[in-house]
Design a protein around this ligand. Structure first.
Ligand code: ADP
Length: 257
């Protein structure tokens, strides 16, 4: 379980990223975080693996106080959390399978990483991860020859190979066209259903959040203004989350009631 207790983040320049956030996320949940640009979505996600340090409150993941982790314990904790970015962060001159294999590097002796010596079992696991996201046939293609959607799927396979219990995805479909974005969201939903990995997605597209996630967190100016099942979301709730600013037509959801 991920547990925020009265968490506040104030950046060194005085800007408040999060204000008194309290929420619990159970293992296996699929949560979308929505809000205007600058609302604090990315800050919320990145505090969980300590890419961003909180300034007040308590953040507990599976009974461990995250702020107290140091050295090896922090490294091991981070290994359990997969991170997916908008920009994929792949080694684009390498093949898909080599990128997926790199997720194993922190656990390998230095001489094996130096020469890229991977065991048969590691190679099979990496191919299985590529298969899970539907791009096994691209295993030996260089990433710079893959489409954006395929590259994001390689990134997802690399994260899966790390055997995470949590996946944090920071705007994972923002760089993709609408059809590809749906496919990648479908991958997240399938992985969540099949593996019970907790998935948190910071997403700009309200309609995709509502179509694929199960729980929605709406954030405005660092504060949680909605937290509940996707099926209970109404237009009034979306108006509250996006108060004061228009949501571009292309991103508005067609919500009933
Ligand atoms: P979102 O992901 O919803 O667009 P962010 O979490 O990135 O929002 O940002 C929340 C607020 O914190 C914004 O006002 C943003 O400008 C500010 N912020 C984010 N990162 C930093 C930083 N490194 N230093 C100072 N302010 C930051």
């Amino acid at each position: 379980m991920i547990s925020f207790r009265n968490v506040t983040k104030v950046y060194p320049n005085g800007v408040v990223g999060l204000r008194h956030v309290t929420l619990d996320i159970q293992q296996g949940e699929f949560v979308a975080i929505i809000g205007l640009s600058g609302a604090g979505k990315s800050t919320l996600i990145r505090t969980i693996n300590r890419m961003i340090e909180i300034t007040e409150g308590e953040l507990v993941v599976d009974d461990v106080d995250v702020s107290k982790l140091k050295g090896k314990a922090l490294r091991l904790f981070r290994r359990r959390i997969g991170m997916i970015f908008q920009s994929f962060n792949l080694i684009t001159r390498s093949t898909a399978i080599k990128n997926v294999l790199t997720s194993l590097v922190p656990d390998m002796p230095w001489y094996k990483t130096l020469f890229g010596i991977y065991s048969k079992a590691q190679k099979i696991a990496s191919l299985e991860a590529l298969d899970k996201v539907g791009i096994l046939e691209k295993a030996y293609t260089r990433c710079d020859q893959l489409s954006g959607g395929q590259q994001q799927r390689v990134a997802l396979a690399r994260t899966l190979n790390q055997k995470p219990t949590i996946i944090l995805a920071d705007e994972p479909v923002a760089a993709l066209d609408p059809i590809t974005a749906k496919m990648v969201m479908g991958d997240f939903a399938k992985i969540n259903e099949e593996t019970n990995i907790t998935i948190l997605i910071n997403i700009h597209h309200v309609d995709l959040a509502l179509d694929y996630a199960k729980r929605l967190i709406g954030i405005r100016d660092g504060e949680i203004v909605y937290d509940g099942p996707v099926k209970n979301v109404t237009q009034e709730i979306l108006d509250e989350i996006y108060k004061g600013k228009d949501i571009p037509k292309s991103e508005q959801a067609d919500v009933q009631g």
